[in-house]
Design a protein around this ligand. Sequence first.
Ligand code: SAH
Length: 225
Amino acid sequence: MRIDIITVVPELLASPLNESILKRAQESGHAEIYVHNLRDYTDDKRRTVDDYPFGGEAGMVMKIEPVYRCIEKLKAERDYDEIIFTSPDGITYNQHEANRLSLMKNIIILCGHYKGIDYRIREHLITREISIGDYVLTGGELAACVIADSVVRIIPGAIGDEASALTDCFQDNLLAPPVYTRPAEFNGWKVPEVLLSGNFAQIEKWQDEQAYSRTKALRPDLIEE
Ligand code: SAH
């Protein structure tokens, strides 16, 4: 899978995209992630990407031309399944959307900044608008990292232990059961006996019960879904 991220602050993306699973997924060829600096698509000397809003409101607006040029260049090189804009008024991101995106071949994520982007970009170029929650960030870069991370980790083969991604929270509308590791007793705090029993049928049954009771207690809305 290929992800192209368009931003005015490429520095913000460098570290999150180049550590841990995202790094390994790129090294093993499961994912390719490219960051494009919008300022490379301007033609004035100062590389301006924003301008004053029509109507005289406060704040600056991202200009249409650099975004258009960048997206058109990428589209000329390959087909894109989705051109995403990160936006607080988009659909709320969740595991279902991450799963959907992970099946795609090429996606673009456009990060907004300042007061927002010229609305014509959203009307004519964007195919999907995604919010990572009901709060306002300074820019779309952190949202793009959230999307890239959650999508890449479920590409088959990207995580060494594939089963691990399948048993994560939300994959079956259930929260994950608790996990423990050695020592079996610390400070008098014990690991549930069943996990030490070696009886895999019973362990699985315990995990299912835990997943269900935790979901019922903490996120009953998931079970109603
Ligand atoms: N004035 C805008 C917010 C601009 S914030 C409004 O009220 O809707 C600047 C940029 O940060 C946005 O264009 C968007 O790309 C990004 N952003 C802010 N909050 C976000 C969120 N919850 N999810 C995804 N992107 C967000």
